[in-house]
Design a protein around this ligand. Structure first.
Ligand SMILES: [Zn+2]
Length: 110
């Protein structure tokens, strides 16, 4: 027989205990560069800066770059009415060992 509670916990007592079960909102700070609210110790998603350095590209920048790339390829490539044939997929990669002896590469040996 498993362990049993000594006394019944009433509905109110259980609910009172569970009243404190809730998530907390993240504490936000202001970006030093663009003053947008952001998570502390994270790069700003608005401007991509962490402190004084630009560390990530923002969503807008990547979108612009993607659009530019698309437009470039559209201008340079032939009309895309003909479907491209799919390349045969390689199932495994060969590891280039020194001198390409074809020997198996073991890393767990010491
Ligand atoms: Zn910012």
């Amino acid at each position: 027989m498993s362990a049993q509670p000594k006394k019944k916990i009433s509905k109110v007592r259980g609910k009172t205990r569970r009243a404190h079960w809730h998530g907390a909102l993240p504490k936000l700070t202001l970006c030093a560069k663009c003053k947008a609210s952001k998570l502390p110790h994270r790069a700003c998603p608005e401007c991509g800066y962490y402190g004084r350095a630009k560390v990530i590209s923002t969503k807008l920048e990547s979108k612009v770059a993607k659009t530019l790339e698309k437009t470039k390829s559209r201008i340079t490539s032939k009309p895309s009415r003909i479907k491209k044939t799919a390349k045969p997929k390689t199932t495994h990669k060969t590891i280039n060992t020194p001198k390409n002896t074809g020997a198996e590469f073991h890393t767990d040996q010491e």
